[in-house]
Design a protein around this ligand. Structure first.
Ligand SMILES: Cc1cc2nc3c(=O)[nH]c(=O)nc-3n(C[C@H](O)[C@H](O)[C@H](O)COP(=O)(O)OP(=O)(O)OC[C@H]3O[C@@H](n4cnc5c(N)ncnc54)[C@H](O)[C@@H]3O)c2cc1C
Ligand code: FES
Length: 280
């Protein structure tokens, strides 16, 4: 359900996970029905107050009404969020976007591929789908996967959240500088997994991925070659976050019913798209 009215999140805690990467817990009723792959718009104060900053949901505790956001210090908005102390509030809107179709993963071998700041939303996905995960939904929208492999790509040894993924998934790490895991991209790591599991036809039955465009493009090609359905979460630049300004359009194979062009709004039609449908 998309709520377009602003609401409040009260800071429960804020800690630093790695250099420039913060872990923010907010008490908000938005935690009650958000799904993996959805995001919230967080408003800075002052001159930038009109434009919410899109931040993916990293985890949600429905009972405690606590939403977890993991974000990178980037510019004015995120720098302001980083200064918030427990008890202070942030204005927010959401849950926004469509999220990953987790119901399609029930009973299947799931592969999660994340790069950089695209890693946090995959944790909520893993937690809900993993047989060892702590999140359970009774609404009937999801069942557990048969297995989850996660392939996470980082720049360097600052492999934030990797220990948490290791608890609930079969984790493979890649770092660009080779300081941890495979030296190279997460796609390099993926091919290594393929080599190790010689004999099994494919590594997975379904892929969920989030990260920078070159990574998503490589995942799309990998999925097409493997003949495995893949869903990609795009990190397009956004402004309004609610479908009104067209700042976030991406190219698609299908024609949009309203505009009659090969476009989709990432904020409302996405951010998650079937790999076959999106042009990268
Ligand atoms: C669907 C989605 C989910 C995201 N999830 C996360 C997340 O979980 N963690 C995280 O660290 N970052 C995430 N981002 C990126 C995050 O939105 C930007 O880093 C953030 O908006 C930067 O704001 P700023 O004011 O600090 O930076 P500035 O550069 O000062 O921002 C100026 C303007 O540009 C927009 N902008 C700048 N960079 C981006 C970007 N990459 N994507 C969209 N808008 C941008 C801002 O919203 C703002 O309106 C996500 C982006 C999208 C589209
Ligand atoms: S950000 Fe305005 S339409 Fe998507």
């Amino acid at each position: 359900m998309v709520r377009r009215k602003k609401t409040i999140g009260r800071v429960v805690s804020q800690t630093m996970l790695a250099e420039d990467i913060l872990d923010l817990r907010l008490e908000t009723f938005l935690a009650s029905d958000v799904m993996p792959g959805q995001f919230v718009g967080v408003y800075p104060a002052g001159a930038d107050a009109l434009l919410p900053r899109p931040i993916s949901v990293c985890d949600a505790d429905r009972e405690a009404h606590v939403l977890r956001l993991v974000y990178r210090l980037t510019g004015r908005g995120t720098t302001e969020f980083a200064l918030k102390q427990p008890g202070e509030v942030l204005e927010m809107i959401g849950p926004l976007g469509n999220g990953f179709p987790v119901e399609e993963a029930a009973g299947k071998r799931v592969l999660l591929i994340g790069g950089g700041i695209g890693i946090p939303p995959l944790y909520f996905t893993a937690s809900l789908l993993s047989p060892e995960g702590t999140r359970e939904y009774t609404g009937g929208r999801s069942g557990k996967a048969s297995s989850i492999t996660s392939v996470l790509g980082y720049k360097n040894i600052q492999t934030f959240m990797a220990p948490q993924f290791a608890e609930i998934t079969d984790l493979y790490l890649a770092t660009e500088d080779g300081s941890a895991g495979y030296g190279g991209t997460d796609l390099d790591a993926l091919f290594e997994i393929g080599r190790r599991r010689e004999g099994s036809e494919t590594v997975a039955d379904i892929i969920f991925a989030c990260g920078p465009s070159p990574m998503l493009k490589a995942v799309k090609e990998y999925a097409l070659i493997q003949g495995v359905p893949a869903y990609l979460s795009l990190e397009e630049r956004m402004a309004c976050g609610v479908g009104a300004c067209l700042a976030c359009v991406c190219k698609t194979r299908n024609v949009d019913a309203h505009s009659n062009v090969h476009n989709a709004r990432v904020c409302t039609d996405g951010p998650v798209f079937p790999a076959r449908e999106v042009v990268l």
